[in-house]
Design a protein around this ligand. Structure first.
Ligand code: ATP
Length: 374
């Protein structure tokens, strides 16, 4: 059952459109990440769901109810902000109890609910401390506690981990995953950090320029990006994307770029002869043998793998992920191969759609082989 629905939602600020034609269907109990670069409209989307901004068009529903004009306090949601926004003069216990006090929950009931929430977040020994006597991670847990204590229908989180250092962020990520599993509540989480989205979300809504680019589980966003923008945005190091042309060769599609010639396999009806792009992730390239000739430019050793940047064709740089046991030298001439099963093809333009048919893959043609078959 859908818990939260955005149907053709728009948000304009004067003549500027921050969110355009947004359709999202969030299931009950799902953990959704809104992911995208700065300014893509993710916070505006969350604020509309919270009732802090009103949509200029379309409809937002929580459960069965259209909430476009419903005040934030009436929406049965709780929001956790990037700045924890704790009350500095109140203790941890008082901070957590505050939303209950505002709703005039009787004192005895309040104490019980605060104790339960504190227990769940391992804050019991800290209940009497003031926020300034807590670490960043502990403050974040208090902010979560304040949202949890009312047991709302939907949790909204706006970059809640961005003020924490890397190690603590990793720790809080696993805590949030566990918390979501335990509570089974719908969570909508805004982030520009793809690692957070990939590790926590059931589905990721990738946004760019106020528009939804793809809404799918992390694996699908990674393995079958809907378009060139998603392909380039997801993955570290990023996908190699080569600009070139698609050509119909005896009824079969071939992608060509300087130094590259790839049989593109079965493409969708949208494919056209002319400018297009090919994408291949660093793990889809191998060095040692193969038809692509290049020169090693950079070698980054991370311990468990090497990231090697190779210059091919007329200057294109391709990033390759290799095992750590073989050290490639800068300046060395190497041969490379593409794992055909991992090649993606995109229509022209920055948000050109993916042209691979489901299940179809590209295959790299050796230049001589190509000549022999043409
Ligand atoms: P960030 O990661 O930087 O927070 P975001 O994806 O959350 O970015 P939004 O805050 O939703 O982006 O903003 C989307 C666009 O709308 C931006 O270009 C922003 O400048 C604009 N915008 C947001 N709020 C307002 C406002 N109140 N008035 C005018 N423009 C606004």
């Amino acid at each position: 059952m859908a818990d939260v629905v955005f149907a053709n939602v728009q948000k304009r600020f004067g003549s500027f459109t921050a969110v355009e034609g947004l359709d999202l269907d969030i299931r009950q109990g799902e953990f959704i990440c809104l992911l995208g670069p700065s300014g893509c409209g993710k916070t505006t989307t969350l604020r509309m769901l919270a009732g802090l901004e009103f949509p200029s068009g379309g409809e937002i529903r929580i459960g069965e109810r259209v909430v476009n004009d419903v005040a934030p306090g009436e929406r049965d949601i709780a929001m956790v902000f990037q700045s924890y926004a704790l009350y500095p003069h109140m203790s941890v216990g008082q901070n957590i109890a505050y939303p209950l006090k505002k709703r005039r929950v009787p004192k005895s009931e309040r104490a019980e609910m605060v104790a339960k929430t504190a227990e769940m977040l391992q804050l019991t020994p800290l209940l009497h401390r003031k926020p300034k006597e807590l670490s960043g991670g502990q403050q974040q847990r208090v902010a979560l506690g304040r949202a949890l204590v009312r047991d709302p229908k939907v949790f909204l989180l706006d970059e809640p981990l961005s003020n924490l250092d890397a190690k603590l962020r990793g720790h809080m990520r696993s805590e949030l995953i566990e918390l979501h599993q335990r509570l089974g509540r719908t969570m909508v989480y805004v982030t520009h950090d793809q690692l957070e989205a990939m590790t926590m979300a059931d589905r990721i809504a990738v946004m760019e320029g106020g528009k939804l680019q793809q809404f799918a589980p992390p694996q699908e966003v990674y393995r079958a990006p809907a378009n060139r923008f998603v392909a380039g945005f997801i993955g570290t190091p990023g996908m190699n994307i080569a600009d070139g042309v698609l050509r119909a060769d005896d009824g079969a599609w071939v992608f060509e770029a300087p130094g590259l010639s790839v049989a593109a396999g079965d493409l969708t009806a949208e494919a056209q002869a002319g400018p297009a792009a090919m994408g291949i992730r660093p793990e889809g390239l191998s060095i040692g043998a193969g038809p692509i000739k290049g020169e090693v430019q950079v070698v980054e050793r991370t311990g468990h793998e090497n990231i090697v940047i190779v210059r091919v064709g007329d200057g294109m740089r391709m990033t390759c992920r290799t095992a750590p046991d073989r050290i490639w030298k800068v300046g060395e001439t190497v041969q490379m191969a593409v794992d055909a099963a991992q090649a993606h093809f995109f229509a022209e333009g920055p948000t050109g759609r993916r042209l691979n048919r489901a299940g179809a893959t590209g295959a790299l043609l050796h230049p001589e082989l190509k000549e022999a078959t043409s």
